[in-house]
Write a protein that binds this ligand. Structure first.
Ligand SMILES: Cc1cc2nc3c(=O)[nH]c(=O)nc-3n(C[C@H](O)[C@H](O)[C@H](O)COP(=O)(O)OP(=O)(O)OC[C@H]3O[C@@H](n4cnc5c(N)ncnc54)[C@H](O)[C@@H]3O)c2cc1C
Length: 504
């Protein structure tokens, strides 16, 4: 059932077998999965069904380093969204950020999990093989196209080979027609479920520990209207996104002064995003025609491709993964005249004649300790400390970006894919925006000295507290994190069912 904290009458306490915080893709997935398997689940969600600016304001942070884009009804970003949601990086509403996301699904590659000697703090303590069954089952259940089959489609293999000789690689992602909105996908099931109780308007403010400080016994919640609620459970899962998950751990500092899971001062650190840059065009050369079908953005759903320098070049030049997306810009009559006068060929896809491609560069960041979120002294309207966000880069990030742009420029020309034109604005980290992909604030490690959660996403130092979020990503090489968030949530669900959660 779905309730509101204001509908709970006199009740000030609830109890579930599992308590999940957050109803985005991670939280909704794991809560419904466990409820379907007969476990009693309570899902706490700060937002409500409708977007409410005063609840959204609980996400406000203080930027110390590079800023994010912000809510702005006139934003260039997300013109397809209602004005009140444009430009936002995280959404506090039932369904979370899935209310605004774009619906591109991409899985990590095997190599993304491996340590790279030239990237400090790289490498995951789990491998691709430990996630693959969850990627597969998610793709089947959500009805995505088969990315594994797509990767070996003969046309794609042939196109990949043509650019491989130039030190370039190409990968595919699946783009939904209507992006999965968890409130739509799971709303009815949640309403009808006998095992799942969703409580809207309930902001988790603090985790309560037992005397051993190793077991979370309850989660304290508050609403903007002043309602308070204590929710007890056996297993607690934080699925509140990378910022708010770290915030809850840090704010739960009554019994452990540094917060929960923070014995090694790692909570909130290693924050990375995917800085992205939207300026510049590619003037296509003759080979681009062969890629045109795979690059077009419509009709959806569809598979699309993106480019990067190949792994050998990244290793030889000590570079990060910088990914290049190309969006067709179609010819207008004036462009046609210009092209005809110059005797240039026409490049076509199914939607028209291509004048050029709009360039989007998206980059991985080196995970490092100083890029972080931490508690501020200023409080939000619930009296909780806000987050200070110090999003910053290293010299290696900058060098890697500059070198990659130069190599891609040379190689695109050599391959006759086209020529970049960035005018006076070449891609550069200082002018890039965030991609709304917050990662790494409770990174996964093999040992407590290396991370906040273990390989099962359990918070080190606790027996029953787990994280389902890109917060656990040690690195974020691939541009789209959500497929991996979903796969990890499903893996955690399976782990809990097999190990700790006895059916009642
Ligand atoms: C415009 C946009 C486009 C995007 N496009 C893509 C894309 O195409 N592909 C891709 O892979 N990724 C994309 N992303 C990123 C993607 O949306 C996120 O990775 C994903 O939605 C994160 O899901 P989540 O469940 O971890 O977190 P969220 O969806 O952010 O859910 C967290 C939930 O926790 C709730 N919450 C927070 N704090 C508390 C608290 N204290 N108590 C109770 N509840 C709390 C929030 O209200 C929210 O509902 C996009 C993001 C944006 C903004």
């Amino acid at each position: 059932m779905i309730t509101d904290i204001l509908d709970l009458g006199e009740a000030t306490k609830l109890r579930g077998q599992v308590v999940v915080v957050g109803s985005g893709i991670a939280g909704a997935e794991i809560a419904t999965h466990l409820a379907r398997h007969g476990r009693d689940v309570i899902l706490l969600e700060s937002g409500r069904a409708q977007f409410d600016p005063s609840i959204q304001a609980l996400n406000d942070v203080i930027f110390l380093g590079k800023r994010h884009r912000e809510l702005n009804p006139n934003s260039y970003y997300h013109q397809y969204l209602p004005a009140e949601l444009r430009g936002v990086s995280r959404v506090r509403q039932f369904g979370g950020t899935s209310n605004v996301w774009t619906g591109k699904w991409k899985y990590l590659q095997t190599s993304d999990f491996e340590p790279r000697s030239w990237v400090a703090n790289s490498g995951w303590p789990i491998s691709f093989t430990e996630l693959v069954e969850h990627y597969r089952s998610a793709a089947k259940d959500y009805g995505f196209g088969d990315l594994e089959a797509e990767a070996i489609r003969p046309e794609i293999v042939a196109l990949r080979a043509k650019i491989a000789v130039h030190g370039l690689k190409m990968s595919s992602f699946y783009w939904e027609q209507t992006p999965t909105r968890t409130a739509v996908r799971f709303g009815e099931e949640m309403r009808r479920s006998k095992n799942l109780q969703v409580v809207l308007g309930a902001t988790a403010t603090e985790l309560k520990l037992d005397a051993s400080t190793q077991r979370v016994t309850a989660i304290a919640c508050r609403s903007l209207e002043g309602r308070e609620l204590i929710v007890e459970g056996e297993t607690m899962i934080l699925a509140a996104g990378a910022f708010e998950t770290a915030r809850i751990l840090l704010a739960s500092n009554r019994q452990l002064p540094n917060g929960i899971g923070n014995a090694h001062d790692l909570v909130g650190r290693f924050y990375t995003d995917h800085p992205k840059h939207h300026t510049g065009v590619l003037h296509p050369d003759f080979l681009a025609q062969q890629y045109a079908q795979e690059l077009q953005y419509a009709p959806k759903p569809r598979f699309c491709v993106c480019f990067a320098l190949d792994d050998a070049t990244q290793e030889a030049e000590k570079l990060l993964e910088h990914v290049l997306y190309l969006k067709p810009i179609y010819e207008k009559p004036i462009n046609r005249l210009w092209r005809t006068l110059r005797g240039r060929p026409a490049y076509q896809d199914d939607n028209g004649t291509i004048a050029s491609y709009r360039v989007k560069f998206v980059t991985e960041q080196i995970p490092h300790k100083d890029s972080r979120v931490k508690l501020a002294t200023e409080c939000d309207s619930l009296g909780n400390k806000k987050l200070e966000v110090d999003w910053c880069f290293t010299d290696l990030d900058r060098q890697s970006m500059a070198k990659t742009v130069q190599l891609l420029t040379d190689r695109f020309q050599a391959a006759r894919l086209g020529t970049f034109d960035f005018a006076d604005k070449p891609p550069n980290l200082e002018t890039m925006t965030d991609a709304a992909h917050q990662m790494g604030t409770t990174r996964m490690g093999s040992r407590p000295e290396e991370g906040v959660v273990d390989t099962n996403c359990r918070v080190f130092g606790t027996e029953n507290l787990y994280v389902a979020s890109s917060a656990v990503f040690p690195t974020g090489p691939s541009y789209s994190p959500t497929f991996t968030i979903l796969a990890l949530a499903r893996r955690l669900g399976q782990h809990l069912l097999q190990t700790t959660l006895v059916k009642k």
